[in-house]
Design a protein around this ligand. Structure first.
Ligand code: PMP
Length: 445
């Protein structure tokens, strides 16, 4: 029996996260990662642009991060009774770097951070409703477990991604179109006094890349301030990846709370929630609170050491310069390639993140715009990329990531492999079995 078969016997779906049974990948078992590469147990090598949905901004198994974790492990394990020096230093650095953060707490995952952000917002305001946007994913917990790519007619009517969620929880969530200023104004006109929080990915990367308009982000800030609602930027993907201060530092719009995860520890399991001190001070580790906060592994020394090493490297080395330059090269190269092949495509992204939608322009601004994407071609060319050892996840609307470990030679090879993959897909037909190509009923990570 193969390892993948053994996995399916004892692990539901055969893997430990939500993206299960991806066509063509059901027998993939990972053996090793390093830099821009991973290897499977049969010895196949892949250049990785999926990047585990985004954490390894420095590259897989970065040696400086690994050394910092080993040093921490040699000197300090987990006690769980008091704070450590590393936690203090990391919190000071996050407060210094991220504009909205006056105080910050560590969690072990991004989902925990968004869970606590929404609970805190409800506790602070005494209100019920949470506003979220199509195209944005915020984790697996009930308040946000809504189908992020619901059909347009379902906007405003939450569509759960999972069985087992109380209808009352779904009814307390409003779903609006991203970048739709009029819808935001209307929601506040109709429900302002009941809105506890507005949560968004400032760049919805869970459907590739929808770039926010300045007017949209400013309208959110204005309406939340006027109504006394808590504005939450979920920067689990964008934090550190687009800038050390998060996308908020680039947009010049400061939320009340910010959630971080993924890239802030280059792959070690960490999340963070931070923001206005008057809100954050409501958290207490005592049951009864007022807002309860706990977690056995929060602030784990290994993870804190990984985060501190990541911050150090991002501050001291030209990481952002490198990944932004490669990102521009990839986007320009892909756009040129599709022009040459006469394939309608919009190549977009931000910095190290890129995605090609197979549709005519203009730049998509909301999930509705992405309904024009040719899913068969999108999934089909990515399956052929995987066959060539270039790993972009073959699922609809997934973004791809560059890291500090990727090189210009990797980009050359990516462009060549993409040309071959797209040509073959056009000649032979795109993926047909698309049922599994969008997973979790459309929820995306
Ligand atoms: N927020 C965003 C924007 C995410 O993309 C994700 C996960 N991809 C999460 C929250 C949840 O983070 P985690 O998977 O670490 O729980």
């Amino acid at each position: 029996m193969t390892l993948a078969e053994r996995a399916r016997r004892v692990i539901p779906g055969g893997v430990n996260s939500g993206q299960r049974s991806i066509p063509g990948l059901t027998d993939l078992v990972i053996a090793r990662t390093e830099g821009s590469r991973f290897w499977d147990t049969t010895g196949r090598e892949f250049t990785d642009y999926h990047a585990a949905f985004g954490p390894p901004l420095l590259g897989h198994n970065d040696p400086d991060v690994a050394a910092a974790v080993s040093a921490a492990r040699a000197s300090i394990g987990l006690t769980g009774v008091a704070v450590t020096e590393g936690e203090v230093t990391l919190a000071e650095q996050l407060v210094e770097l991220v504009p909205s953060m006056e105080k910050v707490l560590l969690t072990s995952t991004g989902s925990e951070a968004t869970f606590h952000a929404l609970r805190l917002a409800r506790a602070a305001t005494g209100r019920r409703l949470v506003v979220k946007f199509q195209g944005c994913y915020h984790g697996w917990h009930d308040s946000v477990s809504l189908n992020v790519i619901s059909a347009p007619e379902r906007v405003g009517r939450p569509d759960p991604t999972s069985a087992g969620i109380l209808p009352e929880v779904l009814a307390a969530t409003l779903v609006l179109r991203f970048n739709d200023v009029a819808a935001v104004r209307q929601a506040f006109a109709d429900h302002g006094p009941d809105i506890a929080a507005v949560i968004l990915e400032p760049v919805p990367h869970n459907v590739g890349a929808l770039l926010p308009t300045d007017a949209f982000l400013r309208a959110l800030r204005e309406e939340c301030t006027k109504a006394g609602s808590v504005l939450v930027f979920d920067e689990v993907i964008t934090g550190f990846r687009h800038a050390l201060g998060g996308y908020q530092s680039l947009a010049g719009v400061t939320p009340d709370l910010t959630t971080l995860g993924k890239a802030i520890a280059n792959g070690a399991p960490v999340g963070a929630i931070g923001g206005r001190a008057d809100l954050m001070d409501l958290f207490s580790s005592r049951p009864g609170g007022p807002v309860f906060f706990a977690g056995t592994y929060n602030g784990h020394p290994d993870v804190v050491a990984a985060a501190l090493a990541t911050v150090r490297k991002l501050r001291e080395e030209p990481v952002h310069e490198h990944v932004f330059r490669l990102g521009d090269r990839v986007r320009a190269g892909l756009a040129e390639l599709y022009r040459t092949l006469d394939v309608p495509a919009v190549v977009t992204g931000y910095g190290s993140v890129f995605v090609s939608y197979f549709m005519s322009g203009p730049q998509p601004r909301s999930y509705d715009d992405l309904l024009a994407n040719d899913t068969a071609l999108f999934v089909g060319y990515r399956r052929r990329l995987v066959d060539q050892g270039v790993f972009e996840l073959p699922l609809n609307l997934k973004r791809s990531h560059l890291s500090y470990a990727h090189t210009d030679a990797d980009v050359d090879r990516l462009l060549e492999a993409t040309e071959t993959a797209v040509r073959h897909t056009l000649a032979e037909g795109g993926a047909e079995d698309l049922e599994n190509a969008t997973t979790m009923g459309g929820a995306v990570r």
